[in-house]
Design a protein. Structure first.
Length: 650
């Protein structure tokens, strides 16, 4: 590897993907791509690995595995200049697609009839058909409810549009013109990649360009290994929970992290089988899937900030999840709401990483990304409108040496908020409040990030609201090193008014004219003993309106006086202590684990994968209900007896 050439080419590659991504962003049509920026344009080498990834627009870290699944779905020898391949099928394309709303595009990049790279792009489409506008009802139980599904197929063949394919898609989406605009924007970005790669090949030659692609990927791997060697070798185990859409159901996520001198494995064996909700996703076989390794790429970039941003970062990482589990689902699982499961895998992996780093790294963030969609009828034109309100995030977890970020957490912090003017222009909703919710920041030496609050009033015709990715209504974000757990989410219809109703988790909600919907996100957990937080930082939070004077006294033992910037504080008492497990993990999780220890839950999940696929969910629910009435921890003998009653053995 020539270090000078590698650095020069690394920056050239980074510049061309940044330019292509920006072009796509500026040309996009839907709010979710144009404002939220849930899209990307990137470039992959002949091995299928992305050798450059934009960081200033769109998704800011590699969030898709190799493109080779798309290439092989068509056949590499069949690709011609001007081709564009389209795919949104989670069950083909090598697990690059994780739900039907993500439409992936691929174009071969040739230089003088020689294939040198692949241009790639994706959009999160605001509607691909299905049972509800926006295509995601969290209660969907099979993929047929989630819109049109296309395995790798030519959208363009040698520059000519496959008009029949597009007509089929057009007939099955509620907003065809907007989706077409987004796809054309991505294609424009990929065409620019082709132009810029041609210029690089002309200047440096094809062989030197291809060697530089390999070198930049190798450099990312080397930098990643440097970061991973800073972790303590060993095996670390953790777990976390998702909430179902029943009153008290839960889904168990289990994670094992193995660190071995710069090599790393994330193993999710012991996680629950795929579920009859749209919370599943595929993760493939063995190679690192970016959705499971997302935390690791963020860690690498934090520890070695000069690492090239490409999928070479994950060469030394392997991820594994059993086929048929919620994190490696099989046909015909529904997947529209899979972002919440990705979030919880992130949290479980973070709990492992905390054990591998001296002093720990971070408490859990809100762990939710509530994508709010609204469908309504335009009263002037009579046309159906489908819009995205906001990616509703929550507070970040307190970190070792730094407070959590207010209103945003690291897992999906790259998603942008939709301007209020856009929401009120494109939907019948008025934003009555959008800001931090006071007294939600979890106490710690480094406090958790505050929750967000969003109040939406419907001033037009009846509208249908869906919200995928919303969670942590019952299971709170955990604190570490003595920090308190974060607050849970709250969703209330018409708060303080007639017909006030606690919604819980939104699946499909009708919002009538005059209704007000209030959503409060989870807040991040605290890091470290609250008694160690300096008085001046507590006072600064009171001045900023993050916490009240009463909260300062209760959580930190700090009495404050004065107003505005002249406020003073004094520690007059010790912080109020709550029960250890409940303080760190939350009462719901502490109560559950008093009956269902993590090793028992993992053993049950593994045994369920031995059962016939059609019976797994039913039997899992049956066993949990049979054993839930204990007032003590379930034993392995009791679990084995319950399994034997179902005739599947243990």
């Amino acid at each position: 590897m020539d270090p000078v050439r590698t650095e020069v080419m690394r920056n050239r590659f980074a510049a061309i993907v940044a330019e292509a991504s920006y072009v796509a962003y500026r040309c996009a049509h839907t709010t979710f791509v144009r404002e939220v920026q849930d899209y990307q344009v990137s470039i992959a080498g002949l091995t299928g690995e992305y050798f450059a990834w934009p960081t200033d627009s769109g998704t800011s870290c590699p969030t898709a595995p190799s493109v080779m699944g798309l290439v092989e779905g068509i056949g590499r020898d069949k690709l011609r200049p001007g081709d564009v391949v389209i795919c949104n099928d989670p069950f083909s394309g090598g697990a690059i697609v994780t739900h039907t709303m993500d439409i992936h595009l691929l174009t071969p990049i040739f230089h003088k009839d020689r294939l040198v790279a692949y241009g790639w792009a994706f959009i999160h489409a605001s509607d691909v058909g299905g049972s509800v506008a926006g295509s995601v009802d969290p209660r969907n139980y099979e993929i047929f409810q989630e819109g049109l599904r296309i395995s790798p197929t030519f959208l363009y063949r040698e520059g000519r549009l496959n008009e029949q394919l597009w007509q089929i898609f057009k007939d099955n989406t509620r907003i065809p013109d907007l989706i077409w605009g987004d796809l054309q924007a991505m294609i424009a970005g990929m065409k620019l990649l082709e132009t810029r790669m041609g210029e690089i090949c002309d200047r440096y030659g094809v062989e030197e360009t291809l060697q530089s692609i390999d070198d930049v990927l190798d450099l990312a791997d080397q930098k990643a290994q440097q970061a991973l060697r800073k972790l303590r070798n060993g095996t670390y185990v953790s777990h976390d929970y998702l909430e179902t859409y029943d009153a008290d159901g839960h889904i168990f996520i289990h994670c094992k992290l193995v660190v071995d001198d710069g090599k790393l494995t994330l193993d999710f064996e012991g996680s629950d089988p795929q579920v009859n909700y749209s919370m599943n996703f595929p993760s493939g076989d063995g190679a690192a899937h970016s959705h499971l390794g997302f935390l690791i790429t963020q860690y690498i970039r934090s520890v070695e900030p000069n690492t090239p941003v490409n999928t070479g970062m994950l060469r030394s990482v392997r991820t594994f999840a059993p086929k048929g589990s919620i994190v490696n689902a099989e046909f015909p699982a529904a997947m529209g709401n899979r972002a919440i499961t990705i979030n919880r895998c992130y949290d479980a992996a973070l709990a492992c990483l905390n054990q591998a780093i001296e002093g720990g790294l971070s408490a859990a963030g809100a762990g939710t990304v509530g994508i709010i969609s609204v469908a309504s009828i335009d009263t002037e034109t009579g046309r159906r409108r489908v819009g995205v309100i906001d990616p509703f995030l929550g507070g970040g977890g307190g970190r070792n040496g730094v407070d959590g970020v207010n209103g945003s957490h690291t897992g999906f912090g790259f998603l942008k908020s939709v301007p209020i003017e856009t929401i009120e222009l494109e939907t019948p909703l008025i934003v009555r409040y959008f800001g931090y919710e006071r007294d939600t920041a979890a106490a710690g030496e480094y406090r958790g990030g505050a929750a967000m609050r969003l109040d939406l009033e419907n001033t037009g015709a009846p509208a249908i609201i869906t919200c995928r990715g919303l969670d942590r209504v019952r299971f709170q974000p955990w604190g570490v090193q003595g920090g308190n757990c974060g607050g849970s989410a709250r969703i209330v219809l018409n708060p303080g008014g007639e017909g006030e109703k606690d919604i819980g988790k939104i699946d499909v909600l009708q919002l009538l004219p005059g209704d007000l919907l209030r959503m409060v996100s989870p807040s991040g957990g605290g890091f470290g003993d609250p008694a160690l937080r300096p008085v001046e930082r507590v006072v600064a939070d009171v001045v900023a309106g993050i916490i009240s004077k009463a909260q300062a006294l209760r959580d930190y033992g700090v009495a404050t006086e004065g107003d505005g910037f002249t406020m003073r504080g004094e520690r007059v008492a010790a912080p109020i202590r709550r029960a250890g497990a409940a303080a760190a993990l939350g009462e719901t999780r502490a109560r559950l684990e008093a009956v269902w220890p993590a090793d028992i839950s993992a053993a049950l999940a593994s045994e369920m994968l031995k059962a016939p696929a059609a019976l797994r969910t039913f039997w899992l629910d049956r066993i949990r209900r049979a054993l839930n009435d204990r007032d003590r921890a379930i034993t392995r003998d009791e679990l084995h007896a319950a399994l034997a009653n179902l005739r599947i053995g243990a």
